[in-house]
Design a protein around this ligand. Structure first.
Ligand code: 26Q
Length: 879
């Protein structure tokens, strides 16, 4: 064994080979002969862990000494996936570990599959947070993530009797080598209780205990931190209660604490007004803020300087209670005045919005907040009333301007109406008594109904309500709600969307009135993905080819270098090798499909992939309908025609939130279509429809490199950004998509002529929604396909009845996501795809262009922009 290893400036006592051996024997307690895969994984992981800890300690000590401003990324979700491959390669130890593993007849890739995914997130938002951590460390930016150590992450998806089933995610079962428990870092977090003399006396307390997850940067000495909080009962067993014989009370406390960090809410698009969810949010936010302030005060005596040392980025509204909690800590715990506290808070906090869908925007009932966090509710009321006071002048001026503008108009109208009435009376008088009496009645009714001159004060009051953080529930009159997005905007110094179109939509549709007041607050930060995980490590074959072509692997650090790949698209020999790599990745996916579903799929057809959370707005359903049509066409073909058809393997993956009724039916429909199509001997390899269960980060790493075409077909204006579109593009998959989210910027970078764009545009949606088609006007292909569902071609027609109704019945969904409007142009785009696939040289050329054109979507670029344009945090590498 090598005695010393000095890579990364880290010199662990044992070399790689010796340390694996050591861990195997002493930590995992297995000998060489019984080093089964999971045990081998554990030993390797612990060996890497030690190296990470060295890098971590050195970085954190250095930052403590230098005291640079830090970014704290507050997020209820971090969807990390597996760590081993990423850590080994970021530490630049890939070669050494591969070498050391030969002794066990193993390779790193296989050993890595022994790790369970850390799935502490739902989808895009959680994975974005994970990519951001990688980029922060890789850019040497002083930053930590702060979140929750859920004991159960995103549920495991199974398939039973053609339906999704949800199974618990036991991710901590084999231990977790990537976390370091910090029993010395604990904070009290209170809930409930009352205000006594203005002071909050919580009715319940739990302890937040820190776990640190080191985040190695790519080939840098920097190792950042993800600090996740676990909840403990105040004293694991309250001794007093125990001694007093109140055993059940002590157990009850433990149960309540456990509940807070027990499970991730598996809901990524509909807001759940559950008190436990708010408890989770406050729990991690309070602990994180207390922790930051405590560390700050170790080196500074005056909290006035906090904004120079700390920025809190709120990942969506989930951590928005941070605005109120920071205020409370500054005022109640550290004795600042309200005004000083507000000045500090609004210089420390920034907010990223990730959705425009009204049902996903968090609104907490005042009743719930006041009960769980009475002091915070009081502070929110004060924040709101100061906010409304501060804009009353603006709103009054606006009302006055509107009144003035409409006044002249109104006077003219009133005069004309008076003239008309006069004429009517004259005409009626000529017709006699009866007619005159009737006309007088009409006139007096009209005069009574005539618009009264508007009362300015009332108008101002009405308008102010639209700016208010606290609003009446539009469904349940009388119930007051706290609009968390509004609180976030008012409490933040910067607000951003996650793709260019989305950042515009939030300005025009969600926060237009806030834009009037703070135009400079609103920004765009187009999302990105880490090229380490999503190209270099998940697709080493393609990466090797890129590196060979460019003569350097610097592109892994500087993604703009990928542009230099463009000329290689014109090189036939290079294209052949590019195709060969894709073929290899398709083979690996075919193997996985066989393992997971039993279906045997050929590697010859086009691999067409549609993976993401299942949601009506993402329109997997429209894809499913198009496949029914494809199936029907294939069935109707003569053998000669079939011989000329372009074969496809269509792969779906994605979880439906457990309570999302329609999403679960969409999964069932896809499974049913697969069952029918895949077992139809007439169809054979011409079409396979596969639902790959339990789509997660690790499955994505296998699926994305194998894709030839990927689908991003949300109704325009609904997908904030999307990030898998970037991963697919970078791996050379072509895109079929709508003009939505980051698809637009991918089109700008790649050249729209290279994408298959279809469908209506975002600014047409409102009009189309008002003006829905009649079922009889639908595209006949669409109608026929739905007819096949209803008539039971795919089984269970009654089960699919309301799914069909949701897009055909005015009173049952009314096709809210406009499948009918886009179907024909979607089919045209699909035809164009088939046509292009016949020309493999042109297809491959485009595939290379995609990889070459999309370096912009590296999360290194995104994070660099956040650091410069929002956070004002500087790279602080160790010398
Ligand atoms: C809120 C309240 C209660 C319970 C759950 C939630 C909740 C949880 C997760 C609401 C939303 C989410 C996740 C949203 C999400 O993933 N959004 C995606 O964010 C990506 C990163 O910016 C974008 O690319 C996607 O377009 C967007 O859908």
């Amino acid at each position: 064994p090598k005695e010393e290893d000095t890579s990364n400036g880290v010199a662990p006592k044992l070399g790689v080979e010796a340390s694996i051996e050591h861990e195997l024997k002493y930590r995992v307690s297995a000998n060489n002969t019984d080093a089964r895969p999971v045990k081998l994984y554990q030993s390797v992981a612990w060996s890497v862990h030690d190296r990470l800890v060295d890098a971590f300690d050195q970085t954190q000590a250095y930052w403590k000494e230098k005291d640079p401003k830090h970014i704290y990324y507050l997020s209820a979700e971090f969807l990390m996936g597996r760590t081993l491959t990423n850590a080994v390669n970021n530490l630049d130890l890939g070669g050494e570990y591969a070498e050391a593993l030969k002794k066990y007849g193993a390779d790193l890739e296989t050993v890595a599959t022994g790790e369970l995914d850390a799935a502490l997130g739902n989808g895009g938002l959680g994975r974005l947070a994970a990519c951001f951590l990688d980029s922060m460390a890789s850019l040497d930016l002083p930053g930590w993530g702060y979140g929750i150590r859920y004991r159960y992450g995103m549920f495991k998806q199974g398939v039973k009797d053609g339906l999704q089933v949800e199974l618990p995610d036991y991710w901590l079962d084999n231990g977790n080598p990537w976390e370091i428990r910090r029993p010395e870092t604990q904070f009290k977090v209170g809930f409930y209780g009352s205000l006594e003399d203005g002071k909050w006396v919580p009715g319940e307390e739990v302890i937040a205990e820190a776990y640190d997850v080191p985040i190695p940067g790519y080939k840098t000495k920097t190792c950042g931190n993800l600090r996740l909080w676990d909840a403990l009962a105040p004293e694991e067993f309250d001794l007093e209660a125990f001694n007093a014989g109140d055993y059940s009370k002590a157990v009850e406390q433990k149960r309540r604490a456990d509940g807070i960090t027990a499970v991730l809410y598996p809901n990524d698009a509909t807001e759940e007004g559950k008190e436990l969810r708010l408890k989770q949010q406050f729990f991690f936010v309070s602990a994180s803020l207390q922790d930051t302030i405590a560390r700050y005060l170790e080196q500074h005596k005056d909290l006035a300087g906090l904004p120079d040392k700390a920025c809190f980025q709120m990942n969506d509204t989930h951590p928005t209670i941070a605005v109120a909690e920071l205020m409370r800590l500054l005022i109640d715990e550290h004795g600042l005045s309200y005004d000083d506290a507000w000045a500090i808070t609004t210089k420390c906090v920034a907010y990223t919005n990730h959705t425009v869908m009204p049902e996903a925007l968090e609104k907490w009932p005042v009743r719930v907040l006041a009960k769980l966090l009475p002091r915070h509710m009081q502070l929110i009321e004060q924040i709101n009333s100061n906010w409304l006071d501060s804009i009353t002048g603006h709103v009054t001026a606006k009302v006055e301007a509107e009144l003035a503008a409409s006044d002249a108009e109104k006077q003219k109208k009133a005069a004309a109406a008076a003239e008309e009435r006069k004429a009517a009376l004259v005409a009626a008088e000529a017709k006699g008594e009866e007619a005159l009496a009737a006309a007088k009645k009409v006139v007096s009714e009209e005069e009574a109904a005539e618009e009264k001159p508007a009362d300015k004060a009332t108008l101002v009051e009405e308008k102010l309500k639209t700016y208010s953080i606290i609003q009446e529930n539009q469904w349940t009159k009388g119930e007051m709600l706290v609009n968390m997005a509004y609180l976030a905007v008012v409490g933040s110094f910067a607000v951003n969307g996650v793709a260019a179109i989305h950042s515009e939509i939030i300005k025009t549709d969600i926060f237009p009135h806030f834009v009037e007041i703070f135009p400079e607050r609103f920004q765009n930060k187009t999302n990105g993905v880490t090229l380490r995980r999503w190209l270099a490590y998940c697709n080493p074959e393609l990466s090797a080819l890129i590196t060979e072509a460019l003569g350097t692997d610097e592109w892994v650090r500087d993604a703009t270098l990928l542009a230099k790949l463009k000329p290689f698209a014109e090189d036939a020999a290079f294209r052949a090798r590019w195709r060969e790599v894709k073929q290899q990745k398709k083979k690996a996916l075919a193997e996985r499909i066989r393992e997971q579903t039993g279906y045997q799929v050929s590697t010859e057809p086009m691999y067409d992939i549609h993976v993401k959370r299942i949601h009506e707005y993402k329109r997997q359903y429209m894809n499913a309908i198009s496949l029914i049509h494809r199936y029907k066409v294939l069935k109707e073909m003569t053998p000669e025609q079939r011989a000329k058809a372009v074969p496809r393997v269509v792969v779906f993956g994605g979880k439906a939130a457990s309570a999302y009724y329609m999403a679960k039916k969409i999964v069932a429909l896809i499974l049913s279509i697969g069952e029918t199509v895949n077992n139809d001997p007439e169809i054979g390899d011409l079409l396979k429809v596969v639902f790959l269960p339990n789509y997660n980060v690790s499955e994505a790493e296998l699926i994305i490199p194998a894709a030839e075409i990927s689908q991003h077909i949300s109704t325009a204006g609904t997908e904030a950004s999307g990030t898998s579109n970037m991963k697919f593009a970078l791996n050379g998959a072509l895109i079929i998509g709508t003009l939505d989210g980051a698809n637009i910027e991918i089109g700008e970078n790649t050249g729209f002529e290279n994408l298959f764009i279809f469908g209506v545009k975002a600014d047409e949606i409102n009009k189309l929604r008002e003006d829905r088609k009649n079922f009889s006007d639908y595209d006949p292909r669409y109608t026929a396909a739905l007819q096949m569902v209803s008539s039971g071609v795919f089984g269970r027609p009654e089960y699919f009845e309301d799914l069909v109704a949701s897009i055909t019945d005015m009173n049952r969904g009314n096709d809210w996501f406009l499948l009918a409007n886009d179907f024909a142009s979607y089919m045209d785009a699909q035809d164009a795809i088939d046509e292009l696939y016949r020309d493999q040289e042109e297809w491959t050329r485009r595939s290379i262009i995609y990889t070459a054109s999309n370096g912009f979507f590296s999360s290194d670029r995104t994070i660099d922009q956040y650091a410069r344009e929002i956070w004002n945090v500087q790279p602080t590498p160790q010398p």
